[in-house]
Ligand binder design. Structure first.
Ligand code: CTP
Length: 465
């Protein structure tokens, strides 16, 4: 009998014996057989656990990181075991796509917070040259390189992923429709234009008190708020993929509640959520409904709609569960329902203007709602009003001694990425309007081509983690 034939027979005998063990047929085989079976089972177990993890690489600019990027990262992770992200540096983004809105450290902070990301490599080139791919394979142990099904062209028109495709190391995932950095920059440009109009109106109102003009302008801005470009359709499947089904706090766990608009999810939000999580065991995040998110900010806000903002928060690794469409203020009911022990708020934007109308409404609503006789609840809620007569969204939590604040950082560079705010993003885009309009004009064309030519051949990967 040849050696290989003997090996095959031994393997077959071992497998048959192991199958019998697995089926419970052999309970206490005597002596050598039992030892042999045990050793074989051990070898198989260890071979399984020692299977080399598949390492996948996804690179990108991830500027104004949105839920489309998060969904790309989720799918990339599903292509293997370990997801390594290559973050393209500012100079490369500038060279190949135009000026990024966010600096590298700011883009990095958000990507590092995405729950499907395991490692980040910095300073990677936009072009995956054969040499760079070799470095990925040999130095970083990458098995596959992943990108969305949209074409990714270099400035000379050639395919940036040509080398891994030729090497059979390329995997394609489905691009998420209805969102892109270009689309968000377009929306931010509209919001900035609306801010300018609002400023002008305020000056005019101060000068002439012509409220009819102001109201007409507000209506015009509101109706153009959700443009046809906002094509994202939220499904329960997408929410389940992002949330992992949501988790419930375990008995004895301390529930922390952080809430806010979380518009243009950015490094400042990540910092708040990271710090909030440290204050307890379970982080519940309230993403304000669109109406609450708009308060005090004007009709062009929030830039992203509720489902878009909620998905951004769900992708963050510090978050355990999310209330989609939370009220703007923390109520007694919310505290009791979710057993909240600590409340942390998104820090107030230093540039947020006061919305007199909301505050007046809030004050009258409180008076309308108040029962005739004084109760403990109304006392608490009355105290939750600031002396200016406006309602403090965290007033009740403060009165109940549950409120904790994360110190505010400067949004002008001194605090690095952590100090970033949504309004700083709007300011930056507005300040370089011409450059972003030029960049977007190019990108708008290629996106329109993608939507015209899109086929449904790329199947989205469904695995959640
Ligand atoms: N991506 C995606 N869905 C989107 C946007 C991006 O799947 N709606 C994927 C891209 O295909 C790529 C990764 O996210 O694999 C990183 O994309 P990035 O380099 O940031 O640039 P773009 O593809 O141009 O994305 P955007 O237009 O949003 O900047």
């Amino acid at each position: 009998m040849s050696r290989s034939r003997g090996g095959e027979l031994r393997l077959a005998a071992t497998l048959a014996a192991m199958t019998a063990v697995a089926a419970g047929a052999v309970v206490a085989a005597p002596g050598r057989v039992a030892a042999l079976l045990e050793a074989s089972a051990r070898a198989l177990r260890s071979r399984r656990t020692k299977r080399k993890p598949v390492r996948v690489y996804m690179d990108g600019c991830f500027d104004l990181a949105h839920f489309g990027h998060a969904n790309a990262l989720r799918q990339a992770k599903a292509c293997g075991d370990t997801l390594v992200v290559g973050l393209i540096p500012d100079a490369e983004v500038l060279r190949c796509k135009g000026p990024p809105v966010l600096r590298e450290a700011e883009r990095r902070a958000v990507i590092a917070s995405v729950k499907w990301v395991d490692e980040i490599i910095e300073n990677v080139p936009y072009d995956l040259t054969p040499e760079f791919c070799e470095t990925l394979y040999s130095k970083h142990g990458i098995d596959f390189i992943v990108h969305g099904d949209d074409p990714c062209l270099l400035p000379d028109g050639t395919d940036a992923y040509d080398a891994p495709k030729r090497a059979g190391r390329f995997r394609m995932i489905k691009r998420t429709e209805g969102v892109s950095t270009t689309d968000i920059v377009n929306r931010v440009l509209r919001a900035a234009a609306s801010d300018e109009r609002r400023e002008k109106k305020k000056t005019k109102r101060d000068d002439t008190s012509d409220d009819d003009d102001v109201a007409a302008d507000d209506d015009a801005t509101t109706s153009s708020r959700h443009s046809p470009q906002n094509r994202f359709l939220a499904t329960t499947r997408r929410i389940a993929q992002f949330s992992g089904g949501g988790r419930a706090p375990q008995p004895g766990q301390r529930v922390v509640y952080a809430h806010g608009a979380f518009d243009l999810f950015n490094a400042g939000h990540v910092r708040l959520l990271r710090e909030a999580k440290k204050m307890g065991d379970f982080l519940l995040v309230g993403v304000h409904d669109d109406q609450a998110a708009r308060r005090g900010r004007g009709a062009a806000y929030p830039v992203l709609a509720l489902q878009e903002r909620a998905l951004g928060v769900m992708a963050c690794r510090h978050v355990d569960d999310v209330i989609v469409g939370a009220p703007g203020e923390v109520t007694r009911d919310l505290i009791a329902t979710f057993d909240v022990q600590t409340v942390v708020a998104e820090r107030e934007d230093e540039n947020r203007t006061t919305d007199d109308e909301f505050q007046a409404n809030a004050a009258s609503r409180l008076l309308d709602d108040a029962p005739a006789g004084p109760t403990r609840e109304t006392d608490d809620e009355t105290r939750s009003m600031s002396h200016a007569g406006s309602r403090d969204p965290n007033g009740l939590a403060k009165t109940l001694g549950l409120f904790r604040e994360v110190p505010r950082l400067s949004s002008h560079g001194a605090s690095g990425a952590d100090g970033l705010t949504s309004s700083e993003i709007v300011r930056r885009v507005a300040a370089a309007r011409a450059a972003y309009e030029a960049r977007n004009a190019r990108k708008n064309q290629s996106e329109a081509r993608y939507y015209e030519q899109k086929s449904n051949r790329t199947i989205e990967l469904a695995r959640e983690t």
